[in-house]
Design a binder for this molecule. Structure first.
Ligand code: FAD
Length: 422
């Protein structure tokens, strides 16, 4: 596992040198990250780079950094049309385009729009999983696994499927009359998400959108509010210069559509602000016996700890300071629009009414908690998890590339375990 530390941790914590870490960063994997093409960057956004000395410096290659704090332009997963020329046109890449689309493998059959209903267990050995029951085009089938079942239904549906199959906290399953196959208190517990909110500011003129290879400008920083987090970042802030018409990314549409579509159009920038290391955690529980029903999702954010509250306020103050007092802010930003005076100037009310998911939910079948250290679900045999449920804690950056790395590792573990049987 040591080579994976380079993806998550700075050298100061791992003792692995930057040079050694760079050797482990992939070069020829199926997923591509857009190169940071600074020559395409419009001037007001390039100016942002100059402010970075005030914030722990600039990370030139944000998805392969040797240090994980400072500010950066967030890169996208994109596939260059001409691989030997990083400056060539590129198209958006995804798990589907990298790992599945157009790939034919004798050992892979993909059933589009099939729904897994539950795990199937051996009649003679009740904790031994032998396959899954699934629905496809209105018919129910059973797929029998030769070796094991790998659950990748995501942070909500992986624990849901386990619970429907009788694996989970007993007190959650018994009210539905579900036969307990194995009690595992961590299935659906330890649900962790980033706390997100949003701010908007009027600018003197509408700033240009970022070039396609970038999504947004961002900061990773440490509030300094928690001793045990000192070596880690606990805030992440995204600045969007985009006009809400031209990008789904503009978070303002969800928070304040009247501001987004005001006539005449107000030139604005928006900040998506993240508390990345909340102390609060929640649960994902089934609420019926139907595999088609959503589980009940509780973030556990009803009574925030002092640290969680203070960190959220710290981030709001950070953005206000940037827009009001820093050189870039003084040059481009006219005034705060949201929350502004919206809640009678009360930041507490603003926070209570606008706190939302950072869209990085994780942890509902955590590695080493709900599973063993090789991602096998505790209490049953032959079931492994390979999705974001497996993150044992929330991480401080966007999760996808770490998730790929983790799932590649799980794939290696599967090969390792079964290679002798071939
Ligand atoms: C709006 C939004 C924006 C985001 N932006 C970013 C970003 O910019 N960067 C980043 O790193 N991350 C981002 N994320 C987070 C990222 O998308 C997730 O962390 C990631 O997709 C999790 O992958 P996963 O494989 O665990 O689960 P998923 O991607 O959710 O995959 C689970 C799959 O299982 C399928 N499934 C579920 N139940 C069943 C069943 N019973 N039978 C069959 N199939 C089933 C689902 O349909 C789904 O396709 C964003 C998330 C959201 C919602």
């Amino acid at each position: 596992m040591q080579n994976h530390y380079c993806y998550y941790l700075p050298s100061s914590l791992t003792g692995i040198s930057d040079i050694d870490c760079r050797k482990w960063h992939g070069q020829h994997g199926p997923m591509d990250i857009a190169p940071p093409l600074f020559q395409q960057m419009p001037e007001p956004l390039l100016d942002l780079k100059n402010e970075c000395n005030e914030y722990d410096g600039f990370m030139t290659d944000s998805d392969n950094p040797t240090k994980q704090y400072g500010c950066y332009f967030v890169q996208q997963f994109r596939k260059p049309l001409n691989k030997s020329d990083p400056n060539s046109e590129s198209i958006r890449a995804s798990t589907w385009s990298a790992y599945l689309n157009g790939i034919s493998r004798p050992n892979l059959q993909v059933l589009d729009s099939a729904t897994v209903l539950k795990l199937v267990f051996d009649e003679n050995e009740p904790t031994k999983c032998i396959g899954v029951a699934y629905e496809y085009k209105g018919q129910i089938y059973t797929a029998i696994a030769r070796k094991e079942v790998i659950l990748s239904a995501g942070v909500f549906d992986t624990p849901k499927l386990l619970q429907l199959s009788g694996i989970g906290p007993k007190e959650w399953l018994q009210p539905f009359g579900i036969k307990i196959v194995a009690e595992n208190s961590q299935v659906g517990n330890n649900f962790v998400d980033k706390m997100a909110s949003f701010m908007a500011f009027e600018t003197y003129e509408q700033l240009p959108a970022l070039p396609l290879s970038f999504r947004t400008f961002a900061w990773l920083s440490n509030s300094g509010l928690k001793e045990s987090n000192r070596n880690w970042t606990d805030i992440q802030i995204f600045l969007y210069s985009v006009n809400p018409d031209i990008s789904f990314d503009a978070p303002i549409i969800g928070y304040d559509p009247t501001l987004a579509y005001s006539q005449p159009r107000i030139p604005l920038i928006t900040f998506l602000i993240y508390h990345t290391q909340p102390e609060a955690s929640g649960t994902v529980k089934i609420q019926s016996l139907s595999p088609y029903d959503r589980p009940q999702i509780d973030h556990g954010w009803q009574n925030l700890s002092e640290y969680d509250r203070n960190n959220l306020q710290y981030i709001v103050n950070f953005v206000r300071n940037f827009t009001k007092n820093m050189q870039w802010g003084r040059k481009y930003v006219k005034q705060e629009l949201f929350p502004g005076n919206r809640y009678g100037g009360s930041d507490i009310l603003y926070r209570q009414l606008n706190l939302g998911s950072g869209y990085h939910p994780a942890g509902t079948c955590g590695l080493g908690k709900c599973t063993d250290n090789e991602a096998r679900v505790l209490g049953i045999k032959n079931v492994r998890v390979a999705d974001i449920s497996l993150f044992p804690t929330q991480i401080n950056v966007n999760p996808t590339y770490i998730l790929y790395s983790m799932c590649e590792k799980v794939a290696d573990l599967i090969i390792q375990q079964h290679s002798q049987d071939r």
